[in-house]
Design a protein around this ligand. Sequence first.
Ligand code: UD1
Length: 365
Amino acid sequence: MPITAACFVGARPNFMKIAPILRVLRQDRRFTTLFVHTGQHYDYAMSEVFLRDLGLPPPDALFEVGSGSHAAQTAKVITAAEAFFNRHHPQWAVVVGDVNSTLGVALAASKLGVRVAHVEAGLRSFDRRMPEEINRIVTDHLSQLLLASCPEAVENLEREGVDRSRVRLVGNVMIDSLVHLLPKARQAQPWRNYELEPKSFVIITAHRPENVDNRLQLRRLVEILEQVAARLPVLLPLHPRTRQRLQEAGALARLQSLPALHLTEPLGYLEFLGLLDACTAALTDSGGLQEETTYLGVPCLTMRENTERPITVEVGTNTLTGLDPGLVLSCLDQVLAGTYKQGVIPPLWDGKAASRIVTALARSR
Ligand code: UD1
C-alpha cells in the first residue's frame, strides 16, 4: 500500500518550499500525493504566478480561507483541514514554514491522528511578538517528524525537549527551488524590464506588521527608501499590506514621484530571482530573502532587530540593521566600496534537501 502524503501550501513563502518536495514525492512509487492550497494568499501576484513559475500542479483541494484576523484565518484553516482529513485519511500532513496555514493544518491533523511532518522546523527568533514565532513553536511541538534546515534549528528543538529521534537535519529545501530555476531566471534578464543594469540597483521588500503597521516605524522605512534611492536606483515590489499602509499614511504618491524608485506589484518567483541575483544589495524584512541572498552571495541588510535565521548573519551575507537609516547607509557604503563581508553557503544548502525529506518520510512509517 502506498503511503498517502498530503502537502499543504497557504501563503507566498510556502510555494518554493513545497514545489521540490512534491516533485520528488510524485516520482516515488512508495507514495500517493495530494496537494492542498488553503487560499491564505489568493491574489494572482501572491499565489498563482508562483504555482506557474514553480511548475506546481493545480491543487487537489482549495480551502479559500482568504484574509482575516489571525484567529479567524487560522480557525478557517483548521475547520477546512479537518474536513479534508476526514475525507482523505492521509498518513502524513506535510507542512512548511511558519504561516497561519502551517499552524492550522498541524492542529487539525494532530487531533485526528494524522502524522505531521514540519519542514523548516526549529527556527526561532526568540521574539514572541511575531505571529510566525508562535506558529513555529506550536507546529514543532505537534509534529512527529521535524525537518531542520541548519544545525542551530536542531539545537533549538533539543533545548525545548523535542525527542531527538523525531528530528532530521535535511538542509534548506527553498534552495532546491532556487538551484533548479536560477539558470532560467538569469536567462530572462528581467532587469531590462525596468531599464536597470546588473549590479547597479538595490531591491527593497518590506511587509512585516512591526515595520509597516506602526506609523513611526513606517516613517523610518520611508526615510530609508528615500535615502537609498538618492544613491542608487531602487526596485520596490510592494506587498498588498505595505501598499495599503503607505497609502493610508499619504506616503505612496511621494515615493511614486521619486525618479530612482521603481515601484511595482509583487513579482513572480522567476522574475524576482533573476533580479535578486543581479542586484547590488537587498534590503528586506523577509525571512526567505535572508537565505536566498546568502546562497547567491548578494549582500542583505535585514530591517529587523532579530532573525530566526542566524546562520545567514554568522556565515552568510546578512546584517541586521533594524530600521536605522545610519546603519543601512553605512552598510551600503561598504557594499559600494567593496569592503562588505563575503559569505559562504551553509552545509546542505545544496539543492538536494527534498530527496532527504522524502527519504525521512518513507523511513518514519
Ligand atoms: C503572511 C505570513 C508571513 C509571510 C507573508 C508573505 C502569517 C502569520 N504571516 O503575512 O509570515 O512572510 O505572508 O507574504 O501567516 N492580501 C492580499 N492578497 C493576498 C493575500 C493577502 O491583498 O493574496 C492582503 C490581506 O488582505 C491583508 C494583507 O495582505 O490585508 C496581509 O495578508 P495576510 O495573509 O494576513 O498576511 P501577510 O502579511 O501576507
